[in-house]
Design a protein around this ligand. Structure first.
Ligand code: NI
Ligand code: MN
Length: 231
C-alpha cells in the first residue's frame, strides 16, 4: 500500500484502486504550506475520525471538488448532510460496511472528545479499520488515549492488521510510550506516527520516539509532509 502524508493527522492510502483521505487539516497547517495542494486531492472517500478543526478543516472544499464520499460518526455525517453534501455515509461504533468496490470499513472506539469548530455537537470520536481482500488492512486510531480494547479491535478486524496509524504527540492524545503499548495490543510491528509537531503542546523528540519503537522491536515510520511511503 502507498501512504501519502499531508501533515498532522491528514494522510491518504491507495487501496483497492481507491484513494482514501483521512482527517484533512491541510490548508490551515503552517507546516504544510507549499508542500500539499488540496486542489489536487481527488479522494474517493474522506474518512473523518471526529469533528475537531485539526481534522476537518478542508473537508468541505475537498468534498465539493472531488465528489468523494464523506464517512464519519453519525453526528459528523449528518452535519455534512445538513450542509448540502449528499455523498455521505454515517456509521457508529462496531459497525462494519463493505462498499460496492470491495472496501470494508469498520468504525472503532476512540477515547477523546468531538465538537465542530462552530460549536455543533460532533458525536463521539472514532477510529477505523480499513480492509481490502487483495491489498491489505490497517487501523487508524484517530485522536485517542491508549485503551486495552485495542486488543479487541485487532481480534475482530476482518483481516490481520498490516500496520497502524497512531497519534504520538501526547498532551491531547497518546504519547510515544502509550503508542508503543498500543502497537503491542494491536499486534502490529509497523506504525505510522501522526498528530505530533504541529503545535507547541505536541512537539516531540522524533529520534527518541523512533528508538522507543525500535527498542520494542517495532518500526515507527515518520514520513515528511508531502512524502509518499510504501507501507
Ligand atoms: Ni481532537
Ligand atoms: Mn486532534
Amino acid at each position: 500500500m502507498k501512504l501519502h502524508y499531508y501533515g498532522h493527522a491528514a494522510f491518504a492510502v491507495a487501496l483497492n484502486g481507491k484513494f482514501l483521505l483521512f482527517d484533512p487539516f491541510i490548508s490551515p497547517n503552517q507546516a504544510t504550506h507549499g508542500k500539499v495542494d488540496i486542489g489536487e486531492l481527488t479522494p474517493d472517500y474522506i474518512l473523518l475520525s471526529h469533528a475537531h478543526e485539526d481534522h476537518v478543516a478542508d473537508v468541505e472544499a475537498i468534498a465539493k471538488k472531488s465528489g468523494g464520499m464523506i464517512v464519519g460518526m453519525a453526528e459528523v455525517a449528518y452535519y455534512y448532510m445538513q450542509r448540502g453534501f449528499d455523498k455521505v455515509h454515517a456509521m457508529n461504533y462496531g459497525g462494519q460496511k463493505t462498499f460496492d468496490d470491495g472496501l470494508t470499513v469498520k468504525q472503532t472506539l476512540a477515547l477523546h472528545s468531538s465538537s465542530f469548530p462552530d460549536g455543533s455537537y460532533g458525536g463521539n470520536p472514532s477510529g477505523y479499520v480499513v480492509s481490502s481482500e487483495n491489498d491489505g488492512t490497517f487501523y487508524f486510531a484517530g485522536d485517542t488515549a491508549l485503551f486495552s480494547d485495542m486488543k479487541l479491535i485487532a481480534e475482530t478486524s476482518p483481516r490481520p492488521l498490516d500496520f497502524a496509524v497512531l497519534p504520538i504527540g501526547d498532551n491531547f492524545t497518546m504519547g510515544v510510550n502509550d503508542a508503543v503499548r498500543a502497537a503491542d495490543f494491536l499486534g502490529v510491528k509497523k506504525v505510522v506516527g501522526c498528530h505530533y509537531n504541529t503545535f507547541p503542546p505536541i512537539e516531540i523528540d522524533t529520534g527518541a520516539a523512533q528508538s522507543a519503537f525500535s527498542q520494542a522491536g517495532k518500526e515507527l515510520l515518520l514520513p515528511g509532509i508531502g512524502e509518499t511511503i510504501e507501507v
